[in-house]
Design a binder for this molecule. Structure first.
Ligand code: ADP
Ligand code: ADP
Ligand code: ZN
Ligand code: ZN
Length: 826
């Protein structure tokens, strides 16, 4: 659809449409399109075709710009630097709210309850309708939050965690003497020396192994609060003057440093000698004792928050506790109504206290969608990014109902979506393409869904048809062995036995919350990883050492593991970002940038100036722009928009200083090379074999449209995952690698899914094992083996309902996946 003539002024007539004219953000080619309001509109097209550039980059960005313009002239100036979409005009545009899939940037104290604001109502419920102990005073609702001064446990300040010191933590090696530094928690250098001199002067033997001192002596040295002052003659140097020295027990020193030191490194050092555990006063809940004494439906506030939403719905459905208390009944029924929306979105297995960093981006987005239903906003456009991500096909139906509820609240719902079950149910379809990047950027179709069938150029068309060509599974490959796990315990997996075939492609399926990620991404990854430890278990990215992974390790147990001997490498290809700052990009991550920098260093101009490859790095001083330290961006601080980046005023985003930019390789400087798309670079860098190989694998996974220097912060989770996959594919390896992938089709158009499948099959044909957690039935139908978890989510899941070839599983009577799988099998 080309931009048609559209007289200025007509657009102000309220005809129920958003009229976009002359949109050319990113790859969009002068797009003109009219989109109905008060409708569910699906944006489709292959990855990189320009869907997001239209829905988020143009429509949402323009709505946000206008909103900011109306409220904050100061912010307008800053936003205008980077966020004014390239579009001639848009009319009929209401305010817009974007609900994108984003991980991180939420504080670690944020939970399911706080992001949905359900916690506010729960506190009210306990305050007004809770069962109080005889004679106790009613508490106000703040008392039921560990995050307020009123409600926090006085011991741990609401964190639920207590830091304590023990003999083991303070003295890691008791075979050492004090003189040899047994009390490791004491400071180092001269301060530590002083303390040892003082101890000696106090009459303790500092030359015997610490464990040989008496219990009383050890306790005093480590834990006393006494601080005797003694006159000390420094032993090493008799010429030094005697001085008065004050004794600090190891505990006192550590606590003092943690609470009073101004030096972050010193505080961190001291923390290493402390052990963290649940706070003894509140049993790790963070609540005050008075609050814990109140209950609702037999649950105290901590248990209430730890109970799954499915069970809470049952508790709340019982007649309100305080009979005749209208307010209580009203709060309870309101809570119930809101929780039911979450159940409908397949999130019933979550509890209110579940920390948001442990949620997948798809779960997070669905929580926010549900929350919007209550916002009371109307007349806005909600712009959503693949709301079906992480959803089993069985849960697509309720999702559509919730989107429908947003619409009937008087709003427009624009979704960028790949799931054809959702797309088919939209009121209107906008297909962008036909290809990605330069090969896309046109609106091929805009109209009611059925009309797409007439658009021959659309890549989406064949997948939209209900009778889309079913998958014909190739003759299933046979397993070369089996990894068997017994007695698995984690989250909702209870004494589970599971067997995974080696040398084939397996798909693990099941409704959201059934335990797929727990089984594959945590249990299997960890036990196989442990086995390989010391070996080469590192994936293409550093193992994450996040604290929650450690906490999880404590709950995880597996009785036995067998058959993993032939695996010599484990690689997890997940959707975590490849970096959290604009400093990482696909060129640095895949390693292809090293080859490019070496090529620049070889040019005559670089040699004349003596520039090595390091000169062309934006991560070290020398060649980079020093204003932005090579980031090309500066973080713009805005009160209400955390972490916004604007281009660097010195280098305009080029990242390098002028001297470096003067060096050219085949007519382009280093910044221009970073600006090339993978497709363009594949031609331009063809003579650099290492780079060419990387670029080819990036094209193979459908990422030809990305720019080499595209900051990690601009990449979607699906793109990050495919970059990791390409990085794996580019290295030719022998041996047997186990690849674990969690929903690799997120963000992929059905046409891109076929590309991805071809790559996964390549890995299997090379003798490796691939296990994917998947909802996409095309992938499941073409796997060699399927493991279906369920039957439902949370405690109603965690069991293997069916396992076998796709055909076997598709005929299983109790599998919720079976009917959907059957539909896709020829
Ligand atoms: P889709 O949503 O269909 O996957 P996008 O709209 O994200 O596609 O991308 C369309 C094209 O624009 C791609 O070539 C992509 O690399 C490019 N692109 C996306 N974001 C940016 C950006 N912030 N700056 C420059 N180019 C971008
Ligand atoms: P799936 O991958 O099938 O969606 P999960 O493995 O994520 O399922 O979840 C299975 C169960 O384990 C759910 O009840 C979920 O709430 C729980 N769970 C998952 N991750 C965590 C976690 N980090 N902390 C607590 N419970 C968790
Ligand atoms: Zn406490
Ligand atoms: Zn700069």
């Amino acid at each position: 659809m080309k931009s048609e003539s559209f007289p200025t002024g007509v657009g102000t007539v309220n005809d129920g449409f958003v009229h976009v004219r002359g949109a050319s953000e990113n790859n969009l080619r002068d797009v003109g399109v009219s989109i109905p309001r008060d409708a569910i509109v699906a944006f489709t097209g292959v990855s990189g075709s320009g869907k997001s550039s239209l829905a988020f980059g143009t429509i949402f960005a323009e709505a946000q710009r206008r909103f900011l313009e109306s409220v904050a002239p100061y912010a307008r100036r800053l936003i205008a630097q980077g966020h004014t979409p390239r579009v001639e005009f848009i009319s009929g545009l209401p305010p817009a709210v974007a609900l994108q899939q984003r991980r991180g940037s939420v504080s670690s104290r944020s939970t399911t309850g706080t992001v949905t604001t359900l916690s506010n109502s729960v506190r009210m419920l306990f305050s007004r309708a809770g069962d109080y102990p005889q004679g106790a005073q009613r508490l106000d609702s703040d008392s039921f939050s560990p995050n307020t001064a009123m409600g926090a446990c006085p011991e741990c300040h609401g964190l639920g965690i207590a830091h304590t010191v023990t003999e083991e933590s303070l003295v890691p090696d008791p075979s050492l003497s004090i003189a040899q530094g047994a009390i490791a928690a004491w400071p180092g250098a001269w301060q530590g020396k002083n303390l040892r001199d003082i101890t000696s002067k106090l009459g303790y033997d500092v030359h015997v192994p610490f464990r040989e001192l008496s219990r009383t002596d050890r306790d005093w040295l480590l834990f006393t609060d006494e601080q005797p002052v003694v006159e000390v003659i420094p032993q090493r140097d008799r010429i030094e003057k005697p001085y008065k020295g004050r004794f600090w027990s190891a505990k006192r020193h550590v606590l003092h440093t943690v609470s009073d030191s101004k030096s972050q490194p010193q505080r961190e050092r001291a923390l290493r000698y402390m052990r963290s555990g649940p706070c003894p006063l509140c049993a790790g809940t963070g609540f005050k004792a008075e609050a814990l004494a109140v209950s609702f439906g037999g649950l105290d506030i901590a248990r209430f928050n730890a109970t799954s939403l499915t069970e809470l719905a049952q508790v709340l459905a019982l007649p309100a506790a305080g009979e005749g208390n209208d307010v209580a009944a009203a709060i309870a029924s309101d809570l119930l109504e809101r929780i039911e929306v979450l159940l409908g979105l397949g999130l019933g297995y979550l509890s209110l206290d579940r920390a948001t960093p442990t949620l997948s981006p798809g779960e997070m987005q669905r929580l926010r969608i549900a929350t919007q239903l209550r916002s009371g906003l109307f007349g806005v456009i909600y712009v959503l990014d693949e709301p079906s991500a992480g959803l089993h096909p069985a849960d697509a139906e309720p999702l559509i109902e919730v989107l429908g509820a947003l619409k009937s609240g008087g709003n427009s719902v624009f979704v960028v979506e790949h799931n054809m079950d959702v797309v088919r149910r939209a009121d209107w379809l906008i297909d962008v393409g036909p290809g990605a990047g330069e090969g896309g950027g046109n609106v091929l179709y805009s109209g009611p869904v059925a009309g797409l069938q007439a658009v021959g150029a659309s890549v989406t068309r064949p997948f939209l048809a209900l009778d889309a060509a079913p998958v014909l599974p190739a003759a299933p490959r046979t397993a070369t062995g089996w990894v068997e796990l017994n007695g698995i315990y984690l989250h909702n997996l209870v004494d589970l036995a599971a067997a995974f075939p080696l040398g084939v492609l397996s798909a693990v399926t099941g409704v959201s919350g059934s335990g797929k990620s727990s089984l594959v991404s945590t249990v299997l990854a960890r036990v196989v990883g442990e086995r390989l430890k010391g070996g080469n278990s590192a994936g293409p990215h550093p193992r994450d050492t996040e604290a929650d992974a450690e906490a999880e390790a404590d709950q995880l147990s597996v009785r036995s593991l067998s058959g993993a001997e032939s695996i010599d490498r484990l690689v997890r290809v997940d959707q975590k970002p490849i970096g959290r700052t604009p400093r990482s990009n696909l060129a640095t991550y895949t390693g292809l940038f090293d080859a490019v920098r070496r090529a620049f260093a070889q040019t005559p101009v670089a040699r004349r100036h003596g520039y090595g490859a390091g000169r062309f790095s934006f991560n070290v001083a020398g060649g980079r722009c020093e204003t932005c330290l090579g980031e090309g961006y500066l973080e713009v601080e805005l009160l209400f928009l955390p972490g916004t980046y604007g281009p660097c005023p010195e280098c305009q985003g080029d990242r390098y200083n002028p001297e470096t930019l003067a060096v050219e390789y085949q007519g382009k400087n280093i910044a221009q090379v970073l600006g090339l798309s993978v497709d363009a670079a594949a031609g331009f860098l063809a003579e650099i074999p290492a780079a060419a190989r990387s670029l080819r694998t990036l094209q193979d996974v459908g990422l030809g449209y990305l720019r080499l220097g595209q900051p990690a912060t601009e990449l979607s989770g699906g793109e990050a995952q495919r970059i990791k996959l390409a990085t794996e594919l580019q290295r030719a390896r022998r041996g047997h690698t186990l690849y674990l992938l969690d929903e690799p089709t997120t963000g992929l158009h059905p046409a891109d899914v076929l590309l991805l499948l071809a790559q996964l099959n390549r890995l299997v044909d090379a003798g490796n094992t691939v296990i994917v957690v998947e909802h996409n039935m095309d992938v499941v139908a073409s796997a060699d083996w399927v493991i279906d978890l369920g039957p439902s989510g949370g405690d109603a899941g965690g069991r293997i309902v069916a396992a076998g070839t796709p055909r076997d599983v598709s005929t299983h009577a109790h599998s919720r996946t079976a009917p959907y799988l059957r539909r896709r099998l020829a």
